[in-house]
Design a protein around this ligand. Structure first.
Ligand code: GLC
Length: 747
C-alpha cells in the first residue's frame, strides 16, 4: 500500500520536474494542457480494473449531528480505492480528513471529488433560478453563480450539479422552478452565464468549481408535467427548443453534464448513444465528463431496456455515462463484465480518463487539500456583500404583474398596514427548493422586511389567515379583523417550497388550499389590497387579477426576501422583472407558450372554427416577457440598417425607447423574430435578443441588436440547418405581446 502510494508521489515528482523544463507552450498536442493527457495516462497505467471502476463510483453522504459525512463504510471504500467522488459531503475540515484518507491511505492516493447541488447559492441563498431568469440580467446571474462557488468551495466542494438548463413549457412540472423558463434563447444565455460563474476563468483557482449542465436531455418535456415521465417529441422540437441551452453550456466550457432520468423517444437518456455520443461528443465536441442522475443507471431496469444490473451498467457506460451516481453498479458489477469479455476495458479507460482529467484541472493532484481551508470557510460564508448581492438580485427578479391606478408603491407613512397570509412570516419558504446549506433563520421574511421599511409611526398588524394547504378557514375572522383596522393590506399568498422542484408536480396552478377564499374575505372589507405571490411556477391567479389592483410575483426570493420585497413595495426600487414563463389562465390551457405556431386556423374571436376554447380565452393571463415598472416606457422607430440581406449576412435592428413616466426605471428591451414563410412552419415569435437599460424620466435611448445567420437558421424537412430566402418580421418591445414591428428580406 505505502509503496504503491509512493509510486504515485514519485510519479508526481517526476511529472512536476518534467513540467518545469517544458517550453511554455508545452508539447504540440491538441489539448488545452499538453501535460494533462500524459499525466492522466500515466496514472491510468498504474490502476487495477477495480480501481478504475472505483473512480467511476459516486456515493451519497449522510447527515449527522455534526454535518454531512460519508455513508457508513465510506472510509473503507476510500481506502480501498472503490470511490471517486461523493455527493452531499462538505465542510473544510471534514473533506480535508476524507481527502487525507484517499491520498495517504489508498494504494494510489488519487484525490476525491466532493459534489453537491449548489443550485441558487450555498449558504447565502439567492432567488430560485426561475426568479433569477426573471431579471433577464446575465451579468447578475453570472455573479450569483460566482458567489455560490466562492461559498461552496470554501466548504470543500469541487463540483456543483448546476446549472439546471431544462426548458419547461409545462408549469405543472415542479422542476420548472430550477431552470430559466420556456424559452431556449433566454435559457441559453442563462446557462452560459451560470457556467462562467461557477467555473470562473481558471479551475485551478480554489474559488472555482466544476459546473454541470443538467438534465440531458428534454427532461422539461416530461409528459403531463410529471417528473421522470417520458419525453416524446420530434427531433426538430428537441433540437430547436430543448437542446440549445445545453449547447450554450458546452460552448461556455462546462466540464460536466448530467444525464436525464427520462427516456427521449423510446430510449432512456442514460442509454442514449444518440444524445450522449452523437450529439454531445461528435456534434458539439464535448470533452468533459457525464454523470448519471441519482440511481439513473439502475433505473434502466425499470425502464425496461436492461434485464439486470450488469446489463444496465454496460448500456450506460457504453452509451457515455462516465460516473455512476449512487447505484454502485459500475464498481460492483462491471469488473466481472470486463473479465468475461462483455465490456471492453477501453470503454472503462476512457471514462476514467475523464474523471482523472477533471481532478487534474482542479489542481487536486498538485494539492489535494486546496479546497479544504477552514479559514476560507469562516471568512467567506454569508457575508454582508453576499447578502447584498442576493438582495439586489431579488429586487430585479420581482415581476409587477398588475398595478391598477398606481396603487404601488405604497406610502411608507401609511397609518396602519395589515400584512396577511400564510407566506408573510414563513422564513423557510423564502429559500425555495434545493436550498443547499441555506438556513431558515438566515431569511428575512416579508413581514420583517415591511416592519423595517415603514415609517416609525406606522402600525403593522399581522394575521396568517390560513395555512398554505388545507381547508381550515378558522383564521379568516382574525384576518378580516386586522384588515378592517388597517388603511391598506398586503396579502402574501402562494406555494410551499416543497410544491416545486424535484418530485413536486401539481395538477393545478391555482393558489393552494383556501388562500383564494382568504383573499376574497379580505377584499370584501373594501380596503386597498396588494398581493405578493410566493411560488416556484406560474400561478393561475385569475380571481386576484380581476379584483386586486396590484400583484407582485416574488417567486422564492432567497435570504433577502423581505428586504427586496419591501424595497419594491415602498418604491425604493422600481420593479423591472419580466416573466421567463407564460402565466396561464388555467391549467387547462397547458401547454401554452409564446413561441407557438400559427396553425392553419389561428384563434379568431369572430370565427367559431378557429383554434381556441369555448370556456376560456385562448390568451394567457400574463404573457412571456411581461413585467411592469413604476414608470412607463414608449417604443418607437424600430428599423433595420438594410432592408435586404443575403443569407449568411447580418442585419442590425435599432429601436428608440423613452421613459415617459416621472421616475427612473429599468426596462428589459426584447427583440423577437418571425420567419414569415418557410418550408416548415415557424413560430409566430422567437426571442432573439434582450437588453436591460436604465432610463431617467424623459430620457430616450436607442437600443441596437445584431441578428446573424444563427438567428435565422432552422431545421428543414430533411432536418438540415438552413436559412431560406423570404421576409422576416422583427418585433421590439417590453414583452412578447407589447411590441412594434418592422421587417427585412433575405435573398
Ligand atoms: C436528483 C436530481 C438531480 C440532482 C441529483 C443529486 O435526483 O434529479 O438534479 O443533481 O439527484 O442530488
Amino acid at each position: 500500500m505505502r509503496t504503491m502510494h509512493k509510486t504515485l508521489l514519485c510519479l508526481m515528482g517526476l511529472w512536476l520536474a518534467w513540467v518545469s523544463v517544458l517550453p511554455p507552450g508545452g508539447l504540440a498536442q491538441p489539448v488545452a494542457d499538453p501535460r494533462e493527457a500524459a499525466f492522466v495516462d500515466s496514472v491510468l497505467s498504474l490502476m487495477t480494473l477495480e480501481e478504475k471502476l472505483g473512480q467511476l463510483a459516486q456515493y451519497r453522504g449522510r447527515w449527522s449531528d455534526t454535518g454531512p459525512k460519508v455513508p457508513e463504510g465510506g472510509e473503507a471504500e476510500i481506502r480501498a480505492g472503490r470511490v471517486g467522488s461523493f455527493l452531499g459531503v462538505y465542510g473544510a475540515a471534514y473533506t480535508r480528513e476524507m481527502q487525507r484518507l484517499a491520498v495517504e491511505e489508498s494504494r494510489l492516493g488519487i484525490p476525491l471529488l466532493f459534489a453537491h447541488d449548489v443550485i441558487h447559492g450555498f449558504r447565502t441563498i439567492f432567488p430560485v433560478p426561475l426568479a433569477e431568469a426573471a431579471t433577464w440580467d446575465v451579468t447578475a446571474v453570472e455573479e450569483a453563480a460566482r458567489i455560490a462557488a466562492v461559498e461552496a468551495t470554501a466548504h470543500g466542494l469541487h463540483w456543483t450539479f448546476a446549472p439546471m438548463v431544462d426548458v419547461a413549457r409545462d408549469p405543472r412540472w415542479g422542476r420548472i422552478v430550477e431552470g430559466s423558463g420556456e424559452d431556449p434563447y433566454l435559457g441559453a444565455q442563462m446557462a452560459a452565464a451560470r457556467v462562467r460563474g461557477f467555473q470562473g476563468a481558471d479551475l485551478r483557482d480554489p474559488a472555482t468549481m466544476l459546473a454541470c449542465a443538467k438534465h440531458f436531455a428534454a427532461y422539461g418535456a416530461a409528459e403531463g408535467g410529471r417528473d421522470y415521465n417520458i419525453a416524446d417529441l420530434s427531433e426538430r422540437t428537441l433540437r430547436e427548443i430543448y437542446l440549445p441551452p445545453f449547447q450554450a453550456a458546452v460552448e461556455a466550457g462546462v466540464e460536466t453534464i448530467m444525464a436525464a432520468f427520462n427516456e427521449v423517444n423510446g430510449v432512456p437518456a442514460h442509454a442514449s448513444t444518440f444524445l450522449l455520443d452523437d450529439v454531445l461528443r461528435r456534434e458539439w465536441g464535448f470533452g468533459g465528463l457525464v454523470v448519471s442522475d441519482y440511481t439513473g443507471v439502475l433505473e434502466l431496469i425499470p425502464h425496461g431496456v436492461a434485464a439486470d444490473r450488469a446489463e444496465a451498467g454496460r448500456l450506460a457506460l457504453t452509451a457515455g455515462v462516465d460516473v455512476d451516481m449512487v447505484s454502485g453498479i459500475y464498481v460492483d458489477d462491471l469488473p466481472a463484465e470486463v473479465r468475461a469479455g462483455r465490456l471492453d476495458e477501453a470503454v472503462v479507460d476512457e471514462a476514467v480518463r475523464r474523471v482523472l482529467r477533471a481532478k487534474y484541472r482542479l489542481g487536486l493532484f498538485e494539492d489535494p487539500y486546496r479546497y479544504s481551508d477552514p479559514a476560507r470557510e469562516q471568512a467567506l460564508t454569508l457575508t454582508p456583500a453576499h447578502r447584498q448581492a442576493a438582495r439586489a438580485m431579488a429586487q430585479k427578479s420581482l415581476v409587477l404583474l398588475k398595478n391598477e391606478g398606481g396603487v404601488l408603491p405604497l406610502d411608507r407613512t401609511v397609518g396602519t398596514l395589515a400584512v396577511i397570509g400564510p407566506l408573510a412570516d414563513a422564513p423557510r419558504e423564502m429559500l425555495g427548493g434545493w436550498a443547499a446549506a441555506g438556513r431558515a433563520e438566515d431569511a428575512v421574511t416579508i413581514l420583517q422586511g415591511i416592519r423595517e421599511a415603514v415609517a416609525p409611526g406606522t402600525r403593522i398588524l399581522y394575521a396568517k389567515g390560513a395555512t398554505i394547504e388545507g381547508d381550515d378557514r378558522s383564521g379568516f375572522d382574525e384576518a378580516v379583523r386586522v384588515a378592517r383596522e388597517a388603511d391598506a393590506v398586503v396579502l402574501v399568498l402562494g406555494e410551499h417550497h416543497d410544491m416545486s422542484a424535484e418530485a413536486h408536480n401539481r395538477t393545478s396552478l391555482d393558489l393552494p388550499g383556501v388562500q383564494r377564499e382568504l383573499a376574497q374575505a379580505v377584499h370584501a372589507t373594501g380596503k386597498p389590497v396588494v398581493a405578493v405571490l410566493i411560488g416556484g411556477r406560474p400561478l393561475s391567479v385569475t380571481w386576484l387579477d380581476a379584483h386586486v389592483p396590484a400583484i407582485l410575483m416574488a417567486w422564492f426570493p432567497g435570504v433577502e426576501a423581505g428586504h427586496a420585497v419591501a424595497d419594491v413595495l415602498f418604491g425604493d426600487v422600481s420593479p423591472s422583472g419580466k416573466l421567463p414563463v407564460t402565466f396561464p389562465r388555467t391549467v387547462g390551457q397547458v401547454p401554452i407558450y409564446y413561441n407557438h405556431k400559427n396553425t392553419g386556423r389561428p384563434p379568431d374571436p369572430n370565427n367559431k372554427y378557429t383554434s381556441k376554447y369555448i370556456d376560456v380565452p385562448w390568451t394567457p393571463l400574463y404573457p412571456f416577457g411581461h413585467g411592469l415598472s413604476y414608470t412607463t416606457f414608449a417604443y418607437a422607430n424600430v428599423r433595420v440598417d438594410r432592408p435586404v440581406i443575403r443569407a449568411g449576412e447580418t442585419v442590425t435592428v435599432s429601436v428608440d425607447v423613452t421613459n415617459t413616466g416621472d421616475r427612473t426605471g429599468d426596462e428589459v428591451v426584447q427583440l423577437y423574430l418571425r420567419d414569415e414563410v418557410a418550408s416548415v412552419t415557424r413560430p409566430v415569435k422567437q426571442l432573439r435578443g434582450f437588453e436591460r437599460i436604465t432610463l431617467a424620466p424623459g430620457q430616450t435611448k436607442t437600443v441596437t441588436f445584431t441578428l446573424g445567420p444563427q438567428d435565422m437558421t432552422f431545421y428543414d424537412q430533411a432536418m438540415q440547418p438552413v436559412i431560406e430566402p423570404g421576409f422576416f418580421t422583427v418585433y421590439a418591445g417590453g414583452s412578447s405581446e407589447n411590441v412594434i414591428q418592422t421587417r427585412f428580406e433575405v435573398q
